[in-house]
Design a protein. Structure first.
Lengths: 16, 257
């Protein structure tokens, strides 16, 4: 699982 | 492409498009929520509805036409018949161009014709391209052609449905189409953007960015370029350099002349 920030909604998300 | 943001459902392809758009407009990769509100740019998308469409529309003059699932030549004509030629600062074309039967040059010409000088075309193509299996996908669009893309059957992208993709040598063909449409050499975005969950080599899409050249002031036949856009590009780059040089929490007071 890879944590990232979504560049659409700006929220922290996971699992690219 | 599967949704991969647990919050808004944005796919990897959409995030890659946003990355390319942000680089083209602002010179750096930002989330849409961090784009300035009221940004004086006019854009259009040929994209499935989604949070990226809503986010862009909330921040600038942005409209969107969903691509049709069974798109055929003429789609751009239908979708964009209301758009004024040379009126857009950017156009996003998400998995549409490959659905045109040859000659595809007309699709590129139509798309570019909507752009003002200095504007950008951002588009995604399926990353997986191969020759079709017998009886697969694109059969009903299959046709012989003797145009510049060579004779023979059209390949399909292996995805469900009837999407067509470019034959082998797609990258060279795209570059040729864009050059013939008068665009500057395009950029194929292959870079990883780990902070936004974009790996360097992913299988969902190729995202390209190409810019229409600014008109030369020496060429009276050309309509003048948009000074604001050019100045913005310069100041955005200058601001980025200053930010990189400045100490943490430093404040840039002015980047004027």
């Amino acid at each position: 699982r890879h944590e990232f920030r979504c560049n659409v909604c700006g929220e922290a998300s996971g699992s690219a | 492409d599967q949704p991969s943001c647990g919050q808004c459902g944005a796919s990897l392809r959409v995030r890659s498009l946003v990355h390319a758009l942000s680089l083209a407009l602002f010179g750096r990769s930002m989330a849409i929520v961090d784009f300035p509100v009221g940004w004086p740019m006019k854009g259009h998308g040929l994209s499935e509805p989604g949070p990226h469409v809503d986010g862009l529309a909330a921040r600038m003059d942005f409209s969107n036409s969903p691509p049709l699932p069974e798109s055929v030549p003429g789609l751009l004509n239908r979708e964009l018949e209301q758009a004024k030629p040379g009126s857009l600062d950017f156009l996003i074309v998400d998995d549409v161009l490959e659905q045109f039967a040859p000659p595809r040059q007309s699709a590129f010409n139509q798309a570019v014709g909507l752009l003002r000088p200095g504007a950008v075309l951002i588009f995604a193509l399926p990353a997986e391209m191969r020759e079709p299996e017998p009886g697969e996908g694109a059969d009903r669009f299959r046709q012989k052609t003797e145009n510049e893309e060579g004779p023979g059957d059209l390949p399909c992208n292996g995805a469900p449905g009837a999407s067509l993709t470019m034959p082998e040598g797609v990258e060279a063909q795209i570059r040729r189409h864009l050059a013939a449409a008068g665009m500057q050499p395009p950029r194929l975005h292959k870079e990883a953007v780990p902070e936004f969950g974009i790996p360097s080599h992913h299988g969902s899409a190729q995202v390209w960015a190409a810019r229409r050249p600014l008109a030369s002031p020496q060429d009276p036949a050309e309509e003048g370029g948009d000074v604001f856009f050019d100045q913005h590009s310069r100041y955005a780059s200058l601001g980025r350099i200053l930010c990189e040089l400045a100490e943490a929490e430093a404040t840039v007071l002015d980047v004027g002349s």
